[in-house]
Design a protein around this ligand. Sequence first.
Ligand SMILES: [Zn+2]
Ligand SMILES: [Zn+2]
Length: 346
Amino acid sequence: MRAMYYEAFEATPDIRTLPDPTPTPGGVVIKLEATGLCRSDWHGWMGHDPDIRLPHVPGHELAGTVLAVGKEVRRFREGERVTVPFVSGCGHCGECRSGNQQICEEQFQPGFTHWGSFAEYVAIDYADHNLVHLPDAIDSATAASLGCRFATSFRAVVDQARVTGGEWVAVHGCGGVGLSAIMIAAALGANPIAIDISAEKLDFAKKMGAVATINARAVADVAEAVRDITGGGAHASVDALGSPVTCFNSIKNLRRRGRHVQVGLMLADHATPQIPMAQVIGHELEIYGSHGMQAWRYDAMLAMIESGKLAPQKLIGRHISLDEAVPALMAMDKATDLGISVITRF
Ligand SMILES: [Zn+2]
Ligand SMILES: [Zn+2]
């Protein structure tokens, strides 16, 4: 198979021919139709992710057709269109048995713990627990864009923050996660407020359903600006970026009994941010993390896409080839594109 491959972090990846994968007894091989580029792929290539062992094939936001199935797979057959959450479960640990595959104790992540989807084929293990059938109405580029940012935002807004119609939802950071969260909150009938330092991203956030925007560079105190707009604070707030500042503001801007969800990753020297704990106690705030989404929860999200309530295709930018993905990956930290780049030619 053709695949993007690197033997050293920060070295230019190659496109080369590698042996085709074969399925494990419980796994499948998927022929890729689309796979999204994500900042996590860039972090991986930079050597920031301890799960990656070299040499490596990146890529974790994928959709395609089942090409081969292991003999123990029950729910999937050759020729079926599928996608997979970026955090996949083992199917047999306590978390998986309780339906929380997104925090599986032995989780695997294509493109991190295993070779990923920047290739013609990818092998996925424990297929019955992790694959999701795709409706015909959802094209592969859209489906590929769900696996990481969009599904993570869906779980954050719907399952963790439990957002309902009429509530104010502050979203800190308007990258892929933040824009998805805004679209999902708006579809639930809530009032999302977009917060970012880029006027261009804030304009795009309005098109995704934000009812108000705050340019964090233009106000003295973001939390106060949110309280002004909402008459006392947001019911729910998402840190979609992941920084000590956005995390702090996202908790600080809540009204009493408000819910904060941390989605943006906090790595290295950002790992232990300041939290206004007196306010958490005195106002009975709820603080959640959110980490991917289980395959079995995709049905609710896919139903909202099929009915037109959610339109993740609006977040897609360029369609590119596997060869074009090499420079795109290397420049990911400097990318100014508003939409997600998706590889659709292998
Ligand atoms: Zn598990
Ligand atoms: Zn991703």
